[in-house]
Design a protein around this ligand. Sequence first.
Ligand code: TTP
Ligand code: MG
Length: 358
Amino acid sequence: MLTRVIFHVDLDAFYASVEIRSNPSYRGLPLIIGADPKDGKGRGVVVTCSYEARKFGVRSAQPISIAYKLCPNAIYVRPNFELYDEVSGDVMGLLKRFADKFEQASIDEAYMDVTQACIRYGGSVELAKQIKLELETIERLTCSIGIAPNKSIAKIASDMKKPNGLTYVDPARVKEFLAPLPVSKISGIGKKTEQKLNELGIKTIGELAVYPTAKLYEEFGKNAVWLWAIANAEEQVEIQENYVIKSIGTERTFEEDTDDWALIEKELRVLSGSVHERLLTEKMFFKTVTLKIRFVGFETYTRSKTLRFSSSSKESIIDEILHLTTEFRSHAKKVRLIGVRISSLEKRQAKTIDEFTK
Ligand code: TTP
Ligand code: MG
């Protein structure tokens, strides 16, 4: 079988990075997304935190009271799941365009088969760098990428050099890469399986790889098959194309706050154009257009218009967006950010009207 090139992409401190993106003054500081710490008496948990907070020992799923003990001076922010979902959709849309086959694995991670795509980009590492660059310029987010001949190794690799990492596993040396790693690095091996393996004297993936298969089967039944396959770099699970695009959006922060509506209008046309281009690539129609506008002082509004019929026209995006700006044109404050999003997306019918009426 042809050696595949598989990427596993995982965003760095995802929810925290999205908050930093909307609030750049958080950058470089310990930032904890989760429950209200209420001066140490708060209940609930840490959802995630910035790498600066991780230096203090703060972790996902930790009680917020513990986080508060470790890092009382951190910035504590309640999660905004709706926003993370929206950004996740944008990120997945961006990543998908680079892949031959694309599988979203969670809100912030994806597997990509890029066997063919790599050739166009002059190699897998070059492609990974290009993805990182686009993610950083367009979405202002960083990720870590693992490159390997299968999903399980790519997943292990993406976690090796976080944050903003890039780990390439040479297909000729996959077994050497895996051998010294603890079995817990295999995605899907939880605490219980790890303990059971350790009791059998299996600590590393290398030890798992050479463990007698009959004995492994006695202990783990059917699961022995995938354990063996992963440890021996023989796993060949296909990428499951499951991604459903929900919306297409883009936004821009002005370098200087502005109330020059000619400039704002020009920028809205550019944003509408780029959203429309992606609509065409996805071969879809939209029904809803949403304008986002943020004034100085973080005052943010969104306004939507749903059309009676699905459309794929750039002009209708622009018309609706400009119309939605009317109520804001005499706002007292200057504009900091604008965004354009289209949603209620539908796949374009394979047949055109002409074909139906033939
Ligand atoms: P992860 O990718 O596990 O974590 P992360 O992106 O915050 O950090 P890393 O740089 O290590 O990848 O999870 C993605 C998001 O999922 C995370 O931002 C918050 C959420 N999440 C939970 O809600 N609960 C959890 O226990 C974990 C681990 C994550
Ligand atoms: Mg992540």
